[in-house]
Design a protein around this ligand. Structure first.
Ligand code: ATP
Length: 340
């Protein structure tokens, strides 16, 4: 588990203005053990600085960083070096050594830790298997694709059995198919090894695919933070706007009068599959889908629809859906009955 409390980091000045740059401004967040946190936000928001502080590559001005309960900021010397070994880092960009094979790159941290050769060989084989690149052991980075190089970088970061894995833009510059193979490996680190993963990304597809939690940074501050499936249900949240289908372009149905128009977010198989037709049948109302659609967050189906209800018991049908965990937001009904 990673806990960040009131983390603040300024850099002396930025070259253009010569004023101090506040890269992180009182940032607090938590990543539960074995969860994947996606850290997103615009360029310059402080995402990399946050990852570098947690990796102990940058010392914050203020605040605490606890990994499994130990405050890392307070550590020095040998204790700091030992703590670093519990944090695996996949750096931004191409980070493999060109003159070493894939296996040689994965072995680096094990050599540095003084692991004897026979154990090293079997650990490297395990790691190559984990990232699905056993056959690339003798291959040099130049002969690997961008996605394969990133998977080797993940294997290297996991070599010393860290409890935490930090990946800074692990999929930038990769095409969608290759991105998927890298995300599968990060997901496997969590599911098979129980590692807590923090992924810095500008790509919401990464959050959609593997994140349990998400933190949105802007100007060095956390502006949204929580479980992805909770945040998508919050109307108007940044996470909801970027991950769920749009409902704004709801086509008006001429001459159809709705008694109630609402935006509904449904999370999970049961809700997505059955809630709307069941509500309509149970309360004898006409239910029209005016816009929106279905998507998937990780393994969970999520739908966002704008619906129109017609019939005496429309209000009761809506309340029944809320009681069954549908996230409902009423929208005004215009003269012709369609959402304004
Ligand atoms: N070593 C440094 N010296 C001076 N300023 C820095 C340094 N590192 C980061 N900054 C500044 O701190 C702010 C946050 O930068 P950071 O790289 O953490 O943002 P980011 O969200 O990761 O951006 P990007 O998505 O572009 O990588 C920026 O204004 C940046 O210019």
């Amino acid at each position: 588990m990673i806990t960040v409390e009131n983390l603040t980091k300024s850099f002396r000045h930025d070259q253009s203005s010569r004023s101090d740059v506040v890269a992180l401004d009182d940032v607090s967040l938590e990543v539960p053990a074995g969860a994947v946190l996606g850290v997103v936000g615009p360029s310059g928001a402080g995402k990399s600085t946050l990852a570098r502080c947690i990796a102990l590559l940058e010392k914050p001005d203020r605040g605490a960083i606890r990994v499994d309960g130990t405050d890392l900021v307070a550590l020095e010397g040998a204790a700091l070096r030992a703590a670093r070994r519990h944090i695996g880092v996949v750096p931004q960009g191409d980070s493999l050594l060109r003159q070493r094979t894939a296996a040689g790159n994965v072995a680096l941290p094990l050599e540095a830790a003084g692991m004897p050769a026979p154990q090293r060989r079997s650990r490297v084989a395990e790691l190559l298997d984990l990232v699905g690149l056993t056959d690339k052991a003798p291959t040099y980075p130049d002969r690997l694709s961008g996605g394969q190089r990133q998977r080797i970088a993940v294997a290297r970061a996991l070599a010393a059995k860290p409890s935490v894995l930090l990946a800074d833009e692990p999929t930038s510059a990769l095409d969608p198919g290759t991105t998927d193979s890298v995300l599968t490996v990060l997901d496997r680190a969590r599911s098979e090894l129980g590692v807590t993963v923090l992924v810095v990304t500008h790509d919401m597809a990464v959050v959609r695919r593997i994140a349990d939690d998400v933190a949105v940074l802007e100007g060095g501050r956390v502006v949204e933070h929580g479980k992805v499936l909770d945040l998508v249900a919050e109307p108007g949240s940044r996470v909801s706007t970027s991950l769920l289908p749009e409902t704004d372009q709801a086509p008006a149905v001429p001459g159809v009068r709705h008694d109630v128009v609402a935006e509904v977010v449904l999370v999970g198989f049961a809700a997505v599959g059955a809630l709307l037709p069941e509500a309509a049948a149970r309360f004898g109302v006409e239910l029209s889908i005016l816009g929106g659609g279905l998507t998937r967050l990780g393994d969970t189906p999520v739908a966002k629809f704008r619906i129109g209800l017609t019939g005496e018991r429309s209000e009761s049908a809506l309340k029944w859906m809320v009681d069954r965990d549908a996230h409902v937001r009423r929208t005004p009904v215009s003269v012709d009955g369609v959402a304004a």
